[in-house]
Design a protein around this ligand. Structure first.
Ligand SMILES: *Cc1c(COP(=O)(O)O)cnc(C)c1O
Length: 402
C-alpha cells in the first residue's frame, strides 16, 4: 500500500479563489450574525475560558431548554453527535433496528450505522413531506410479525415543517417505542403550539453554518429526562468516571460544544423569532408570485403547525412544464445563485442499499419521497436575503418557466 504522510505532500490549491466565489453570490442559506456574538465571545476570552464547558455553554443550555420548553439540554459539537447520543441513551446497539424518515439528510441515519444497528426507512406523506403514519403503521406491523420491533424511531421535520406528530406518536406509543425528533432544520417551528424537538423522548437541533441559527458548527440534545441529558454530557466528555484520577468504565466521545462557540449560539438564539419571521417572509414573497404558475407548488403547511420555513422548496409538475429542477438549478448557477435539489431519499442511497423501505403508496406507485426528490428545488432562503436580491431571483424564475 502506498501511504503518503502529510509531510512532503504537495498542497493542492483550491481551484477557484474563495473570495471570487462568494463575491456577489446569493447563497441558499447564509449565516446571519446579530452583532452581539462578539460580546459573548469576548467574555469567554476575557475569562480565558477557551475550553469545552464554561459559562457560555451552561447558559446556552439553559436558554435552549427554556426555548424548547424541555427540562434539560446538552450542548454538543454537532446535530449528528446529538442523534448518536440520543440513540445510545435509548440503548440502541448492534443488530437493533431503528426506523427513520427517508426524505432527509444522511446525518439523520448515519448514527444508526455508528451504533451497528439496522436502519429501516419510512416514506413521506404529501401534506408535510415528513414520515407517513400509514407507512409507519405498515413497518410496525411487519416488524411485529417478525418479532423484531425497532428500538427507536427517528422522525425528521424536514425544511422546518413539523411532521404529523399526534398520529406518529400514537403509533410509537402503541408499540412502546421511543421517538427521537430530528429538529435540526426546524428550530422555532411548532406543532399545535408546541416546539418541534420537545415532543419525543429526545429532540436534537443543529447549529451548522446553513441552519436557521448557527454556532458555525454545533448541536443540542433536549429532553424532559434530566438524568438522560446528564448522561449525554457524561458520554460526550469521554465518559470519565467520578474519581480522583482518570477512570473509564465505558466508551465515551469527545462531543461537547466549545465555550467560544456557545457564545455565538447565545447571541443567535436571542434573534430566533426575527429569523423565523424573516424566513417566512422570504417564503411568502416566492409563493405570492410563483404560485400563479400552474406548474409550481410549494411545501404545504399542515393546519395547526407553523413552519420556520428554513428553506423554501418549490415543486415542478413535470406534466405542466418541461423545465426540470436541474435545468433551473443550472440556469440560476450561471447567475451565481445557489439552489439545491431536494434531499435524495435515504432508501435510494448506495450507502443504504439493501435496507428495508416502507412506501406511503401502494405497490407499483411511486413513493412520495421519490416524487418530491424528482420534482423539488430548494431556493435561496436566508434570513439575510435582501428583497432586491429576491426580486431578481423571482424574475429569473418567471423567465425560465414562461
Ligand atoms: C443539518 C442536519 C443534521 C445534522 O446536523 P449537523 O449539526 O450538521 O451534524 C441532521 N439532520 C438534518 C435533517 C439536518 O438537516
Amino acid at each position: 500500500m502506498n501511504i503518503r504522510q502529510n509531510a512532503g505532500a504537495s498542497v493542492v490549491p483550491f481551484p477557484v479563489p474563495l473570495k471570487e466565489i462568494s463575491k456577489n453570490r446569493i447563497f441558499l442559506s447564509a449565516p446571519h450574525m446579530t452583532g452581539n456574538e462578539q460580546t459573548y465571545i469576548r467574555e469567554a476570552f476575557e475569562s480565558n475560558w477557551i475550553a469545552p464547558m464554561g459559562e457560555n455553554v451552561n447558559q446556552f443550555e439553559l436558554e435552549m431548554a427554556a426555548y424548547a420548553t424541555t427540562q434539560a439540554a446538552a450542548a454538543l459539537s454537532s446535530g449528528t453527535a446529538a442523534i448518536h447520543l440520543a440513540l445510545q441513551l435509548l440503548g440502541v446497539g448492534k443488530g437493533d433496528r431503528v426506523f427513520c424518515s427517508s426524505l432527509t439528510f444522511v446525518a439523520s441515519a448515519n448514527p444508526i450505522l455508528y451504533a451497528g444497528a439496522e436502519p429501516v426507512f419510512i416514506d413521506s406523506e404529501e401534506e408535510t413531506w415528513n414520515m407517513s403514519p400509514w407507512a409507519l403503521q405498515k413497518a410496525f406491523a411487519a416488524a411485529e410479525q417478525e418479532g423484531k420491533l425497532p428500538k427507536a424511531v427517528v422522525i425528521v421535520h424536514i425544511y422546518g415543517q413539523s411532521a404529523r406528530m399526534d398520529e406518529l406518536l400514537a403509533l410509537c406509543n402503541h408499540y412502546g417505542v421511543p421517538v427521537v425528533e430530528d429538529a435540526a432544520e426546524s428550530l422555532g417551528s411548532t406543532y399545535k403550539g408546541k416546539k418541534t424537538g420537545s415532543l419525543g423522548a429526545y429532540g436534537i437541533y443543529s447549529f451548522n453554518g446553513n441552519k436557521i441559527i448557527t454556532t458555525s458548527g454545533g448541536g443540542m440534545l433536549v429532553s424532559n429526562d434530566r438524568k438522560g441529558v446528564a448522561q449525554a454530557r457524561f458520554l460526550a466528555s469521554q465518559a470519565k468516571d467520578d474519581a480522583a484520577f482518570y477512570e473509564h468504565s465505558r466508551v465515551g466521545y469527545n462531543y461537547r460544544m466549545s465555550n467560544v462557540l456557545a457564545g455565538i449560539g447565545r447571541a443567535q438564539l436571542e434573534a430566533i423569532e426575527l429569523r423565523v419571521s424573516a424566513r417566512r417572509a422570504v417564503f411568502g414573497r416566492y409563493s405570492a408570485v410563483l404560485s400563479k404558475h400552474e406548474a409550481v407548488k410549494f411545501q404545504p403547511e399542515l393546519e395547526g403547525t407553523r413552519s420556520n420555513r428554513w428553506l423554501t422548496v418549490m415543486l415542478l409538475d413535470p406534466a405542466k412544464t418541461d423545465r426540470s429542477p436541474d435545468d433551473i438549478r443550472e440556469s440560476l448557477e450561471t447567475e451565481n445563485i445557489e439552489s439545491r435539489r431536494v434531499w435524495k431519499p435515504l432508501h435510494l442511497q448506495p450507502l443504504f442499499a439493501g435496507c428495508k423501505f416502507y412506501s406511503h403508496n401502494p405497490h407499483g406507485k411511486t413513493a412520495v419521497s421519490e416524487k418530491l426528490f424528482a420534482e423539488g428545488l430548494c431556493l435561496p432562503s436566508g434570513s439575510d436575503l435582501q428583497p432586491e436580491q429576491q426580486q431578481r431571483i423571482i424574475k429569473l424564475l418567471e423567465e425560465i418557466l414562461d
